[in-house]
Design a protein. Structure first.
Length: 323
């Protein structure tokens, strides 16, 4: 699969809207001359370490997603006395894997100082981590530059919240050039994801302010969550989004949605209209390979959102600090 990446990437550029491939100077093998071993260094590190920590694949993928509501590595920057960075935004407080990215960046810097961006390293690492645990593999055109600004409020305003309904989700995605099809496909990453009780406990304990449950959530599943996981409204326990196969990139998440067992309101929202629900049903009753291919295409599209290229931004020497 890897050796055909260049050819497949060219095909994708013809299949995707013209804007997606012409809006930025991203290309497969961008570092072929300037740092020919860059992608191999990333993959080798991921292949060595992720099998010993397979649950890290989901956080790395989530980090890439949060960064890609403007793919410029800004989610990696630390806060300072004068600036509260994206890491300080509520959606990013539960992100992890920053040390993993820093380790890879250090190895790449040893090979080619000041050449490969943190934004590209994050995009490549997320893809490789998913592939190593048996998930889909997608093309990652490179050439991103690192942003100079990381702002907590901007992240809070841009990253879709787990409380969003379908209309709000679609508007959020559309603002980044992503459609309802991408929304359904990218949500499939939740098959290896986890959630924290505090982000959906209102659905269990106080949905409308009357100490009631969300009627769109399967009552048996809600009872199970309250008994074993989210035992109080303020519980911070971790819950697998695809219980039983949360370490396997499969169709389990979509099957749970059809059973009304998505833990976030944003998950349940995907079944509230005919179009998005029909797409979920198509995936559930289709081949896993089809899901992998479609997920990969949406991930490549996501990876092009508001990238910086050419002379924009910089190539950060340390991912957590602007040069």
């Amino acid at each position: 699969m890897r050796k055909n990446a260049g050819f497949n990437g060219l095909i994708l550029c013809f299949l995707l809207p013209l804007l997606s491939c012409s809006r930025a100077d991203l290309k497969l093998g961008f570092y072929y001359q300037s740092c020919p071993n860059a992608e191999k260094i990333v993959f080798d590190y991921v292949e060595k370490h992720i099998p010993h920590a397979p649950t890290l694949a989901a956080p790395l993928l989530r980090m890439h997603f949060h960064d890609c509501f403007g793919c410029d590595g800004s989610v990696l920057i630390n806060s300072t006395v004068k600036n509260r960075a994206e890491k300080a935004a509520v959606p990013n407080l539960t992100l992890r894997g920053f040390d993993f990215i820093d380790e890879i960046k250090g190895l790449v810097e040893e090979e080619c100082p000041g050449v490969v961006s943190c934004a590209d390293i994050l995009a490549l690492t997320a893809r490789d981590a998913v592939a190593v645990i048996g998930g889909p593999y997608w093309n990652v055109p490179t050439g991103r530059r690192d942003g100079l600004i990381s702002n907590m409020v901007e992240a809070l305003n841009n990253i879709p919240a787990p409380t969003f309904n379908l209309s709000t989700l679609q508007k959020s995605f559309a603002s980044k050039g992503l459609d309802a099809h991408d929304l359904v496909l990218l949500s499939g990453a939740h098959t290896i994801g986890i959630g924290h009780c505090q982000f959906f406990s209102n659905r269990l304990y106080n949905f409308t302010g009357k100490l009631d449950e969300d009627p769109s959530l399967d009552p048996l599943y809600a009872a199970n969550l309250k008994k074993y996981k989210c035992k109080t409204p303020t519980d911070t326990t971790i819950v697998e989004m695809d219980p039983g196969s949360f370490r396997t990139f499969d169709l389990g998440y979509y099957k749970l949605l059809l059973k009304r067992r998505g833990i976030f309101q944003s998950d349940a929202a995907l079944t509230t209209t005919g179009a998005t629900k029909a797409k979920i049903e198509q995936l559930v009753y289709g081949l896993l390979e089809v899901f992998f291919n479609e997920f990969g295409r949406s991930m490549e599209k996501l990876g092009r959102v508001e990238v910086k290229t050419g002379e924009e931004g910089e190539i950060r020497r340390h991912c957590a600090v602007v040069n």
